[in-house]
Design a protein around this ligand. Structure first.
Ligand code: SF4
Ligand code: SF4
Length: 129
């Protein structure tokens, strides 16, 4: 899941298809040439940054404030529409980059670009693989 930093990374990003299987799950890298630049597909249905509770406690105050604002927005959306199946509130939909890449959750860091779920999600979204 961004890219001042994102296209420099060789691993990371979240994955809605396997989010419940992680952290710790490893996937084979099947398409090593992929770049996250301009993608962000794996962040599109996260609603909120998928932090573990212990990670939230470590966030700097201004980042925590943004996380809480995003969470409240999504909570209201869920109350109004019955779904929070929306892009992560930290995803910049113009740049397709994480707005707080350096503070992204561990599960986002663990998601591997070029892995099977990455390729699957890009394929479903019509991105080149
Ligand atoms: S926190 Fe950042 S990297 Fe993680 S899902 Fe949200 S936008 Fe993507
Ligand atoms: S779907 Fe793959 S290429 Fe796209 S942002 Fe996520 S990890 Fe990067």
């Amino acid at each position: 899941m961004a890219f001042a930093a994102r296209d420099e990374r060789t691993t990371t990003m979240t994955d809605t298809a396997t989010i419940n299987d992680r952290p710790g799950q490893q996937h084979a890298i099947v398409t090593p040439q992929l770049s996250c630049d301009g993608c962000g597909v794996c962040c599109l249905h996260m609603a909120v940054p998928p932090f573990d509770t212990s990670e939230i406690d470590m966030l700097p105050a201004e980042i925590l404030e943004d996380f809480e604002a995003v969470s409240e927005t999504r909570r209201l959306q869920y109350a109004a529409h019955g779904t929070d199946y929306t892009p992560c509130g930290w995803l910049n939909m113009v740049t397709r980059q994480c707005r707080h890449y350096e503070h992204r959750p561990e599960v986002c860091r663990d998601f591997e670009v070029g892995s099977t779920p990455c390729v699957g999600m890009r394929t479903d979204a019509g991105f080149a693989v």
